[in-house]
Design a protein around this ligand. Sequence first.
Ligand SMILES: [Ca+2]
Length: 308
Amino acid sequence: MVRKTAVPLTALGLVSAVWIALSFAGSLPRPGLIPDHTVISDPGEVSRFLADAWQLPDDPLLGFVEITAGPFLMGSDAAIDPLAFDIERWSSTNAQVVLELPTYYIGRFEVTVAQIRSFVQATGYPIDGQALSGAPEHPASFISWPDALAYSRWLDKILRTSAETPEALSTLLEGGGQVTLPTEAEWEKAARGTDGRIYPWGSEPRPDRATYQARGTTAVGSHQCPECPFGLSDMAGNVWEWTRSPYQPYPYDPTNDSEDLENESLWVMRGGSFTDPERFVRGANRGGADPGARRAFIGFRIAISPSE
Ligand SMILES: [Ca+2]
C-alpha cells in the first residue's frame, strides 16, 4: 500500500517556496549564456553510442550500471558539511541515516539529445523542440517530468521486446526490473557511494570533475572522474536530473516513490546544473520543480529499479 507522510500543506508550501527560490536563484539561465537552438531532425551518430540501439551507450548493458544491494549514508549533517541546506537534514534528532537499498541499475550518463531524438522519431511524442536541438552527445534538457517518464516507459517496452536487446539486459527486465526514473535515494547512493562523501569525487569541490558554474552543458562523460563511485558521469552538474520521488520533507519514505502518483505539486530533481555554484551540485542536495517545468538546466537519467 502506498502510504503518504502527512505534511501540513502550509509547511510544505513554505519549504518548497523557500527551496525553489534558493534553487532557482542559482539556476536561472542568464541572458546570452544559453546558445541558440536549431531543430535538427537527424538523430545523428555519435561514437560512444550505438545508432542501431536507440543511441544508448556502447556497453554490455547499454549504459546501465549495477549498484549492488547494501547500505549508504543519506542526508547531510551541517556540522560536517557547512554548505548543507536544512531540507537535507534527516530529522530533528538525526542529521543523517543509514538506508539499505536492494540492487538496482542506473545510467552511466544523463539521457542525451540523440536518445531523445531516437524516441521522438519512433513515437512522434510531442516534445519541446528545444529538447531536440542540442548537440547529440549533450544531455537532453527542456524535458518535463512527464516527458522523462514517457521516455522511460518507451525504452522499457522497447528493451523488453526487441531482438537487439543484450541477453543480460533482457534477463534483468524479465527478472522484475523496470526502466524508470531513479528514486531520490537511488540517485543519492549512486552519486555519493557508500562512504558519505559530499561530492561524487570526495568532500571538496573540484571544477575539473564536473560541469558547474559554466556557460553551458558539456557532452555527457566529458570529465574524467576516477574517484567517482560506480563509474558514473555528471552526477554533479551538467543538468539537474528528475527523480520519481515527490518533493517532501525528510524522513524519506520509499513507499511514496512511484510513477503513478497524481496531484504532486513538485518532484525531486538532483545534482545541480551547469549554471549552479558548488553548493547545489553536492550529492545530498534536493531540488524541487513543477512537473511541467521545461528548462535549459533540467534533464534526467534512467534507472532499472525493482518493480513496485
Ligand atoms: Ca547531472
